[in-house]
Design a protein around this ligand. Structure first.
Ligand code: FAD
Length: 476
């Protein structure tokens, strides 16, 4: 039986929202005063430190969440430190009898959560965890033989066959008042600014701020704009980097500002009779997100270890610092790669087709180890995701599950001619090429020297041949 000063803790992590947040809903339903806490944990073993763009996003997402909670008469408590210790201290401060959280799926995070769960059990704190961030929890989807899936299509088929997508949980009508500490003392809060999540000198975040609205409201607007607009032509629009043909929900999903269940439900409401084919393709992209987490769950070292062990003997080449910088800064001389890398630097996001081309250029044309690219994307993407980023890098490299075959080497020139034929995207991100006429923008070296823009870093036919030869050694 809870004492009169009993309280609950809701521990938010990758679920920075009020809507469809089962941990929050259950705590609200219990009716005890609630401490809603976010812990910046940079100390627990194995937790991957956030990259720069993710830190920027987190700052703004937490600020938006704090405002939303205040509007509901609650408050967001910020604490920093090893999460298990922070939770224990906070439970003591607030006489917590109940602890609620939504589940995480990476191994270091699960290890922390398991330890907290054991501690709660042993200390009379009632702990409850919920499914919130994946439509299908990784261990629930199994092959006929009982193992995890290695190929996307049967995985997604199996997911859809379960027809087991839980109901939405609307945001609580009213949030209980925040818990006070023992003797009525308000638990001290840390200052978000003091976490130094934002860049200072130089402040590279201007373009990010102009592009994104972190937080739950921004996420809902993105979803509505997408469903009102490009969704029904997603099948073709998603391949064209010069138009907004995709949802741009990825950072919102990454930080849990919108739940995949909400996205699923809004699609159903919008298309009650039959989901159009293009929207079905969009849903299967959500499936890729699920698949990446499915892979990470059984391969916790996905960001550092080849999924296919034969790649351990692959002969990656060392890049000179000049070559690596040329790729990172969008100065390879190949406009599609360069436009993508500049879009990434300026906005913290890159179009999916261009991600594939830029990644392929690094690992195939330059033969750089995929981990170098994964790390750069981890640092610069606002949607940098512990599962999707390494899984996609390994997909491009060929070392991953259901991976792109080794002979698939994206040709950046052919790709931009096909998907950005008028050169709109190229000119947007590479002003040096703006004056080039018509098709010349795809192969600027053919127009002679273009002031301020480099010539090709490597030849495409030669580097392709070198890649094919190196990959063929794996077959021996
Ligand atoms: P939409 O086309 O609108 O798709 C809707 C949602 O589906 C996305 O928001 C995302 O959550 C999911 N999704 C779509 N494609 C994929 C995919 N291939 N794999 C996993 N989920 C997908 N996506 C990330 O969310 N985080 C990453 O760190 C990440 N790194 C990538 C690295 C490389 C090298 C490549 C090739 C792809 C990577 N992707 C990553 C996948 C994909 O590029 C982005 O999810 C997509 O571009 C996000 O834009 P969107 O929200 O408009 O996508």
């Amino acid at each position: 039986m809870a004492s009169s000063d009993a309280s609950s803790i809701v521990w938010l992590r990758d679920d920075l929202r009020l809507d469809d947040n089962p941990a929050l809903t259950h705590a609200a339903a219990l009716g005890l005063p609630v401490t809603v806490v976010f812990i910046l944990d940079e100390e627990s073993a194995g937790i991957r430190p956030l990259g720069g763009a993710s830190r920027w996003w987190l700052h703004h997402s937490l600020a938006a969440l704090a405002t939303a909670l205040e509007d509901e008469g609650s408050r967001l408590l910020l604490r920093r430190g090893p999460a298990a210790v922070v939770i224990e201290d906070l439970a003591a401060e607030t006489s917590a009898t109940h602890l609620f959280w939504n589940r995480r799926y990476g191994l270091p995070e699960r290890t922390v959560d398991d330890a907290v769960s054991v501690w709660a059990d042993q200390n009379g704190v009632h702990g409850s965890s919920f499914q919130a961030n994946l439509l299908f929890e990784p261990w629930t989807i199994r092959t006929g033989a009982g193992g995890p899936y290695k190929v996307f299509t049967p995985f997604w088929r199996a997911c859809l066959a379960t027809e087991d997508i839980r109901d939405l949980q609307e945001a609580p009508q009213q949030l209980p008042s925040p818990a006070t500490g023992k003797g009525g003392v308000v638990p001290p809060n840390e200052d978000l600014e003091s976490w130094n999540l934002l860049p200072h000198s130089p402040d590279w975040s201007v373009g990010l701020a102009a592009t994104w609205e972190p937080g739950e409201d921004g996420a809902r607007r993105r979803l509505e704009d997408f469903l009102d607009g490009p969704a029904e032509e997603y099948g073709t629009g998603r391949n064209v980097p010069g138009v907004e043909g995709t949802s741009r929900l990825s950072p919102h999903l990454r930080f849990g500002e919108i739940s995949p269940f909400r996205v699923w439900r809004e699609i159903r409401l919008r298309f009650p009779r039959q989901v159009p084919a293009d929207v079905g393709i969009f849903r299967s992209e959500l499936g890729w997100r699920e698949f990446c987490w499915h892979l990470l769950h059984t391969n916790p070292e996905l960001a550092t270890r080849n999924y296919r062990p034969e790649f351990d003997r692959f002969e990656w080449q060392s890049l000179s610092s000049g070559e690596l910088k040329a790729w990172q800064q969008g100065r390879t001389g190949y406009p599609l790669v360069d436009a993508g890398m500049r879009q990434l630097w300026q906005t913290g996001w890159m179009h999916n087709r261009v991600r594939m081309a830029a990644a392929s250029f690094l690992v195939k044309n330059l033969l750089a180890d995929w981990r170098i690219g994964e790390q750069w994307f981890w640092d610069t993407l606002v949607d940098a995701d512990a599962a999707s980023n390494p899984a996609n890098w390994q997909w491009v490299a060929g070392s991953g599950a259901d991976a792109s075959p080794y002979f698939r080497i994206f040709n950046p020139v052919t790709q931009s001619k096909k998907f950005d034929s008028a050169g709109r995207y190229l000119r947007q991100y590479i002003p040096e090429l703006a004056a080039l006429d018509g098709k010349a923008v795809h192969e600027p070296w053919k127009a002679g020297e273009v002031q301020g823009y480099p010539g090709p870093l490597v030849g495409l036919p030669e580097s392709r041949e070198r890649a094919l030869q190196t990959y063929s050694k794996l077959k021996d």
